[in-house]
Unconditional design. Structure first.
Length: 815
């Protein structure tokens, strides 16, 4: 039916445009995945089919298709898992059985697995040999979670419960598996074993065991929310509820216990709200039914403040305790960041009294029971309503109608992003709360400190292109983040939402904002940052290098002209902000130079692409692109013309900053906006003052210097009058504040010269000025005028070369 990816893209976009919510959108995934499979786009097909399986997991044809897609991608193990799931749902499929047998023959045998089986068979039930084997493997692979779990199971099977608990607590205290669902799934099972429960009953003062048991339940829920179905999450949340109720009676007097328990209770209410939101997304309840209850849960969660990492608990503790407090602080900031942003979005859609009314109602027993019934829907859970943390006296004691402020959220965001900096999806989620693709031409400065141990920039961009992955720098990662946020923002615009629902729910309930390839590159960059050893080093190095080549725009980079312009504009805004900080005595001048250099690089790279588009020529793109963006198709002729003018303007500013006056004037004169002619006047004025300084030092050729000085001032005056003409009818333009003062200053300088030296020398006699540019201003390009300065936030900016474009009379007299 469809022969090319473009045809399928158009058909898929048409299908998804008519969907009402995420459930219906994901329900189209099977149909779309099949079409992408037919044209050989297997990764895209896998993404759509994965989304389909989140809403309809019991469709054998879908699992069979997933097996076929995985097989085409040579991911044979995943293909076997999919085929086996297909057979579980429908056993009468001989072709699938044969396919599983065929794939089993293709999979390479893992030597370590075979070795483990041999040792196990030869040990005659003696656990010591297996323990030694696992420990030796952990020396080589300390981050292998499966070996850790096998060792724990060995301790349990050999009835060495004390050793097992000590090992579980010590490993979990390192937080090396803090986002590994396999680890926390087993820990929850481990702490529920009769032997372990018996140990805890006989050692009621062992605070570490209780802490890590509660923590395991909390982390499991956090990791289950994106992937598990509602019933599984409900059961896990009920177990967490019962656990919090039981530990409330424990008489631990250590200060860290109270802080930890407070954080876990805050997470409990966060999970309650997320579960209610997820029910709405799955169509099990309407948004109207759950909105008030979920908001109330989030208000309760906000009332639990994060632990203070500068408290005595941190400062006076040992290394393990300080690590615990620091991690708990990150957990708290992550929770408040998620809850706070969603609350702010919900509040915008209601009156000011709505939140207050919720907090008043929550103090009544009837409200608590209604909330309990909404959260815990199973019959046996409702029968046990009498024993629940959610219905306890202290559950809603501190709830108020206060929600986090913007400054609070900014503080939480800066810390929460450090909790799992390898998770690109979480970082994009945060950025999308500050960047609106529909309104903002550039992204704000997020100020995330993620790669501080890398150099900020390569020695130079041109040399950095040939230095391999070792040249990875902070600017590369910043550009990468700008690009993925831009792509995610555009995708978010295409999603149809219920008007009453926030555009972004908590991250654990949102779909992926980035592609698997983008997420993989980010994870590798983080590993490179930490100088961690990489398995399959050569292949992963190539992946990392491909991303570097893309953000540095080497041949075949695949970035659209619109995306390159967006990156340039965002970096330009960041440079303007840094200039302001430098004026206030903060920031780094070297960093500013690096950002401006990189921004100019992107302005320069975008220009030829726009010129091709202006001629209706197609931009050549590779088949596989790291940032698949088609926004260039939305550009019309007038918009392309505007963007070309934008590029020329910013490149002219760059040349002006570097002191290349001739090139700066040439580019400014090709534009017809008031800022271009204003900056032209600035350049001429700088050249005139340079001539004046030369005149003071060289008395022999004073007349020639003075002639050039007068000619350059005259050109500056002409440029200012052109600016004045371009400002007619635009009384609100920022330049109106200074243009008359600038003209008066130059008129004063010329008048003073006329009084002191007699008649002006003719401009035509000042032949030396012709090397800078023609005396006639070119205003014929017809490029629309800018209403505000695209580059400088301050009209009177300081040159890095020591010249200040002040335009004030006192400064002029001082020359």
């Amino acid at each position: 039916m469809f022969r090319t990816k473009k045809e399928v893209d158009r058909h898929a976009a048409d299908l998804l445009r008519r969907t009402r919510d995420d459930k219906e959108r994901n329900g189209k995934g099977y149909q779309i995945a099949k079409l992408y499979q037919q044209v050989g786009e297997y990764e895209i097909a896998r993404r759509y089919l994965t989304a389909f399986l989140t809403v309809q997991d019991a469709v054998p044809q879908a699992h069979k298709l997933m097996g076929q897609i995985s097989e085409s991608l040579k991911d044979y193990r995943r293909a076997i898992v999919s085929y086996e799931k297909c057979l579980q749902l429908n056993e009468n499929q001989k072709d699938v059985v044969l396919k599983v047998c065929e794939l089993l023959l293709r999979i390479k045998v893992d030597k370590e697995t075979v070795k483990e089986k041999l040792i196990d068979s030869e040990s005659d039930g003696n656990p010591t040999e297996m323990e030694n084997f696992f420990k030796s493997e952990l020396v080589k692979k300390p981050g292998n979670v499966h070996i850790r779990i096998k060792l724990l199971k060995l301790y349990v099977d050999s009835k060495r419960i004390d050793t097992a608990i000590a090992h579980a607590v010590s490993v979990d205290s390192l937080y090396i598996f803090d986002f590994n669902v396999d680890w926390y799934d087993y820990l929850v099972e481990f702490y529920s074993l009769p032997y372990v429960c018996s140990h805890m009953e006989h050692h009621p003062t062992d605070i570490n065991v209780y802490t890590h048991k509660i923590f395991a339940h909390c982390k499991q829920l956090l990791l289950w929310l994106p992937a598990k179905d509602v019933s599984d999450i409900t059961e896990a949340l009920h177990a967490f509820d019962q656990l919090l109720l039981n530990v409330a009676s424990l008489q631990f007097h250590q200060p860290q216990w109270a802080a930890f328990l407070s954080e876990m209770q805050g997470y409990f209410f966060f999970f309650c709200g997320c579960l209610l939101f997820k029910r709405s997304l799955k169509g099990q309840s309407t948004w109207k039914e759950i909105e008030g209850a979920a908001t109330l849960c989030y208000l309760a969660s906000v009332s639990y403040r994060p632990i203070d990492k500068h408290s005595d608990l941190y400062l006076q503790g040992d290394l393990t305790n300080r690590l615990f407090v620091k991690y708990l602080h990150k957990m708290g900031c992550y929770r408040l960041s998620q809850v706070g942003h969603v609350l702010c979005d919900v509040v915008k859609k209601h009156s000011s009294n709505w939140i207050y009314d919720l907090t008043v109602r929550c103090s009544t027993p009837q409200c608590k029971e209604q909330l309990y019934d909404l959260v815990f829907t199973f019959r046996d859970m409702r029968r046990g309503r009498g024993k629940s943390f959610l219905l306890s006296e202290n559950a809603f004691n501190n709830v108020t109608s206060t929600i986090p402020t913007k400054s609070d959220l900014a503080e939480y965001d800066q810390v929460s992003v450090l909790l799992n900096s390898t998770d690109l999806n979480s970082i994009i989620w945060l950025c999308l709360h500050y960047y609106n693709a529909a309104k903002d031409e550039a992204q704000p400065n997020y100020n995330f400190s993620l790669f501080d141990n890398l150099p900020y920039s390569s020695s130079s961009l041109s040399s950095g292109l040939n230095l391999g992955v070792e040249s990875l720098c902070q600017l590369d990662t910043e550009v990468f983040l700008i690009a993925v946020v831009y792509s995610a923002g555009r995708l978010l615009q295409q999603v149809r939402q219920e008007p009453s629902r926030p555009q972004l729910l908590p991250k654990v309930l949102c779909r992926q904002f980035c592609t698997p390839e983008q997420a993989e590159w980010w994870q590798l960059a983080c590993k490179f940052r930490e100088k961690l050893e990489l398995d399959n080093f050569t292949k992963l190095r190539l992946i990392l290098m491909r991303g570097l080549d893309t953000v540095r725009l080497t041949e075949g980079h695949g970035m659209s002209a619109s995306l390159i312009l967006h990156v340039a504009r965002t970096l330009q805004n960041k440079a303007s902000q840094l200039k302001t900080e430098l004026e206030n005595g903060h920031g780094s001048f070297n960093k500013l130079e690096n950002i401006e250099e990189r921004a100019a690089y992107y302005w320069q790279a975008a220009l030829p692409l726009l010129q091709r588009l202006q001629k209706n020529l197609v931009l050549k793109m590779p088949k596989v692109r790291l940032f698949p963006d088609d926004s260039d198709n939305e550009l019309d002729t007038d918009r392309i013309k505007d963007l070309i003018g934008d590029c020329e303007y910013h490149l002219a500013l760059s040349f002006m900053s570097k002191g290349d006056h001739e090139e700066a004037i040439k580019r400014f004169e090709s534009l017809s906006n008031p800022w271009a002619s204003y900056h032209t006047a600035q350049v001429y004025r700088k050249l005139a003052l340079n001539e004046q300084n030369t005149t003071k030092q060289d008395d022999v050729s004073q007349d020639n210097h003075q002639s050039r000085y007068i000619a350059l001032l005259t050109k500056a005056k002409e440029a200012l009058y052109i600016t004045l003409d371009r400002l007619k009818g635009n009384k609100s333009h920022q330049l109106n504040l200074v243009i008359y003062e600038e003209i008066d200053d130059i008129e004063f300088l010329l008048t003073r010269l006329a009084i002191n030296n007699g008649p002006f020398p003719l401009i035509d006699d000042a032949s030396s000025t012709e090397s800078f540019c023609s005396a006639n201003m070119n205003v014929s390009t017809g490029i629309p005028a800018f209403d505000s300065p695209p580059h400088d936030s301050h009209i009177r900016s300081s040159s890095p070369h020591g010249f200040r474009f002040s335009g004030t009379l006192g400064k002029c007299l001082a020359q």
